[in-house]
Ligand binder design. Sequence first.
Ligand code: KG4
Ligand code: ZN
Length: 346
Amino acid sequence: TGRLIILGIETSCDETAAAVVVRDGDGRGEIRADVVLSQLDEHSVYGGVVPEIAARAHVEALDTLVQEALAKAGVGLRDIDAVAATAGPGLIGGLIVGLMTGKAIARAAAKPLYAINHLEGHALTARLTDNVAFPYLMLLVSGGHTQLVLVRGVGDYQRWGTTIDDALGEAFDKTAKLLGLPYPGGPAVERAAKSGNEKRFSFPRPLVGEARLDFSFSGLKTAVRQAAEATAPVSEQDIADICASFQRAIARTMDDRIGRGLARFNAEFPGLEEAPALVVAGGVAANQALRGALQMLCDRHGFRFIAPPHHLCTDNAAMIAWAGLERLAHGFPADDLSVSPRARWP
Ligand code: KG4
Ligand code: ZN
């Protein structure tokens, strides 16, 4: 295939986003425009995402963002080869807005439509940023997902592990809330932890030592609550110590869980041409304590550790556009305009 160009749309949570991405004949990607409007301010007073507010905000922002992305890329609808829009999983109101907009544009411009699984967008981002070859391992850690996935090819994924209760980002958010820190909790916990003593509290390390590759974080939240109650009234130093100890427990837990995943990968794929790769995605991938732990783990196992830039780890439309381009380039058929959004789509 030659050079392909696509318009991408993402509306599955609280980010309204549009992007224009190009894929050259050698499979290399180039982001020509990538615009994101975060609704953070609108939700932060509620301490979380409010689905109805999110859906309405997508309606208000999306058409302007699409125009902005096309203008930035210097292309018109007639220049693009296809339209890609997130069809799930996520909040159904937002998905309806994005997918219907994508369908309307595809129909009006007579272009094929790709209805993209948001998780596939995260999974393939490392090929856009780093041209990583299949197969590789992907760790997705966001507010909604915690998954270790074997990426064998476009559309060819095997979930090796998932959380049996809270997502990792959720654990950060709930911990922050318990400690009276602002939403979203991840950055606030990381900031507080900087001046904390990580050895003061010994928090649980769920599922460590077990052969299965799943995760569990709800017990950690309970332990944080107990620590906060035991030290009440909590001082700023107590909060810092709890946050530092919390991050340490997570780093140790992930070292064990992901370490098992790397060992399994090496056993299943011996003698790859390139060194094997672990790629991360999702908002929690911004966390330096987690990154440090994963980097050391990868060094020990001979893996390349690939962390795309932060704005491509969190929700964005460039990854949706890229997933569409990969599907198009690998000969996957476009979706019919009757395709429905799916709140749940593993
Ligand atoms: O991928 P993302 O932006 O949105 C989705 O959930 O889809 O991830 C947001 C999550 C939130 O739970 C937030 O607290 C967490 O990522 N997060 C962090 C950090 N930055 C964001 N968690 C830990 N450390 C951070 N620096
Ligand atoms: Zn996401």
